[in-house]
Design a protein around this ligand. Sequence first.
Ligand code: SF4
Ligand code: SF4
Length: 384
Amino acid sequence: MSNRSKVALVYCKDYELDQVRQAVKEGLTLLGGAQQFAKAAEKILIKPNLLVGDSPEKCISPHPMVFQAVLEEFQACGAELSFGDSPGFGSTLAAAKQSQMLPIAEALNVPIADFQNGETVSFHEGRFIKQFNIAKGVLEADGLISLAKMKAHALTRMTGAIKNQFGCIPGMLKAEFHSKLPSANIFSKMLVDLNLYIKPRLYIMDGIMAMEGNGPRNGDPRPMHVLLFSTDPVALDAAVCQMIHLNEALVDPIVYGNEFGLGSSKEIEFIGEPISRFDTPDFVVNRSHGSTSTDLGILTSGLMRNYVTPRPVIMEDKCTKCGRCVQVCPADPKALSWKDGKDHPPVYDYSECIRCYCCQELCPHEAISVQVPLLGRLLHRQTA
Ligand code: SF4
Ligand code: SF4
């Protein structure tokens, strides 16, 4: 029998519920059926990426129809379901409502799990992090099914199966991780350890309508017509890289996922549709070298970071001066302030900015983009 990681790929034209139901069933069947991952009476947590909660058309979270089809499949196994995520801003309830998942969960009698309170757990086997604070809703479950969205991402280039578990850390503790782990490189090591601790039983990704460009919140919808299923998040995220022609060596969660033994992106066994069916070389994503510490080592630490790594920039014409970016900035002291008064957009102090991109991620008005400074662009030409 082959030891290669399996990734099941299923074509799905759009979010018409019956089509999605059929596609979800097919994906699960390719991996042996939902009952492989959830037994009767087991407590199973479905963990969609809620990020902030917004309308499904924005493609920020898995589509509510995919959420519904997944709930139905696991409910049919007799599992006791709950669902939840710790959004980047606001409550789980508000995010579930805005993303239109709440009425579906209510109709199916699936409660929201506790993502407000956490518990500290030791993880001696962790390669990088030995202790986490994990949401109680995750700890109380017998197993977790991770439901991710295919999106471009400023910090980790793409956000997928591995990154989705960051939402298992409750509330503002996520911001602390950003400030303690101020680079894509070490942040990704933490993400891999987190997945090794939580051990989701299955990873599902909604790529029927993906998000490209200024992700993970303010990008553009991009039809990819695919649902992905795997027990190996490294293989699943690497499959996305293959589809969009993104060098997986630039995606730190995949690099450390391989190194720490979370999974393997080598010799993936694709089942279902051939991956060539989803080939999208012009998917808009950060392909530049020179933007993470993995690429350029010392150049992206200390003072040089200012001149090399991509930085968030406010587009004044779009900014409503709501202040959320200032509020969520985890740097200490904050790297965004009302230096010019509240009649003007907030002002960056890039020397304090840890490049976590939380401001870009959580700006509700698409007013922050991420731009590579000139020196970073020149280095990219030399290293590309
Ligand atoms: S969150 Fe966006 S809109 Fe609000 S102040 Fe910051 S840049 Fe402006
Ligand atoms: S300014 Fe933005 S990218 Fe920089 S530390 Fe604050 S939230 Fe993170």
